[in-house]
Design a protein around this ligand. Sequence first.
Ligand code: SF4
Length: 539
Amino acid sequence: MADIAENIQRSEAKPLFDLGVDETEYRLLTREGIRIEEIGGRRFLIVEPETISKLTDAAFSDVSHLFRTSHLKQLASILDDKEASENDLFVARELLKNAVISAEGQFPSCQDTGTAIVVGKKGQNVLVDGNLEAIISDGVERTWATKNLRFSQLAPLTMFEERNTGTNLPAQIDIEAVEGDAFKFLFVAKGGGSANKTFLFQQTPRIMDPVRLLEFLDEKIKTLGTTACPPYHLSIVIGGLTVEQTMKTVKMASCRAYDNLPSTGSPEGRAFRDHELEEKIHALTVSNGIGAQFGGKYFCHDVRVIRLPRHGASVPIGMGVSCSADRQIKAKITSEGAFLEQLETDVAQFLPSIDFEDREAVRIDLNRSVADICKDLSKLEIKTPVLLSGTVIVARDMVHAEMSKLLAQGKPLPDYIKDHPIYYAGPAKTPEGFASGSFGPTTAARMDPYVPELQTHGASLITIAKGNRSKTVVKSCEKHGGFFLGSIGGAAAVFGRDVIKSVEPIAFPEFGMEAVWKIEVEDFPAFVVIDDKGNDFFS
Ligand code: SF4
């Protein structure tokens, strides 16, 4: 018994996640709705529900428009790196321009404004009257209703019938009971493309070898591709008592919430950061050549590797990223007030004084036949930057499914899908006085299965989106003389404010943001990724 008691005391004294001191800079949001009351001889922090809703609303508003200073510094440092590729520099500069625009508070930094995730730690001396999930959800709903964000959540009505909830709810809300008299939060807005690049690999203990582990990780990291809009904050977790713990740690580490973990393990099994392995993996990401979307060394800003205890028979390995919409913000409620992490509002300081807009981009006039545009594109090398001006048709998942149905029924395709380049995208809400909301590309690969049949019918010969595509698309472009142009993921505010000059819904308005839109663009930046000769930048 004495041994058990001693062990319990030991584990209480040494938590699994020893997070050290929180050095975050916070700003006071409000002191309203917070008071101390003594009940039964104990002091409690009483928090009004409205204060938590307000904090949630303010957190998601901030994080939709602002970034951490450290993230912006990393982007700016790319511009100072003599070894960065031209395309790395171009992407970094566009992402910084994007951050400047979104910081003005009208255009969210990305058109995919994400799933709302709230991780809370509620001290045992904090009392809130009401249903916490409803209180936090109310704050989420307010942000998405009042800001120019996009509703992303689909409710399943039956197994195959779905409907947008129109509120961006439900949110994922996980509240843990802890010691103390503070309520701490991490608010995360996670985009679909970014969430899709989260992986669990159930390995055996054989993987626990320095060479084998590194080879394994190298192979898996390459498969991340660029659909989650690099440069990434890459997070890898080795071990975990359960896969749920492994994957939650991946998420928290990608938000840099576990940066202050110790750098060594302990006999009790504490979590630790392996800085040496982080450096080795970062070197792999530099040398793989993928770069910040179109070739170079900036596939990742940084790497976190967390080692967790594990069952002797299991080696879960988790991997995930925080994308270019690096959206997380801490908050806390104490007896002093409700506080939010201070995100950077002076983004312009990170833009370089010397503009290097003069790089060699080829201007392409889209107001011609698709055949003529293809003739021009055919003269360009893979990776060539282009600036597109003219008419583009926007169509994504639901419209492609409809086109496929038409073909299956032996019906003709509409002219719009044949007469113009197709941009896979879906806008966020349009700010008042502007032509478009944030309107960046979505992941091209989801449309891959439709490309051969559409191109066979003379449609979708030029497509524009983000990320890599399958061999099927490469072969189809070679056979039908088609092209895939990669556009910069994560720069949606730039597209919405500066590049897209008009937006007009022309078909399927009932699909909401997935309708067919006819847009006019001016100097829309993209890169030749797949050409008509069987070349593919990502191969
Ligand atoms: S930056 Fe890219 S991956 Fe991230 S939310 Fe936006 S579109 Fe999705």
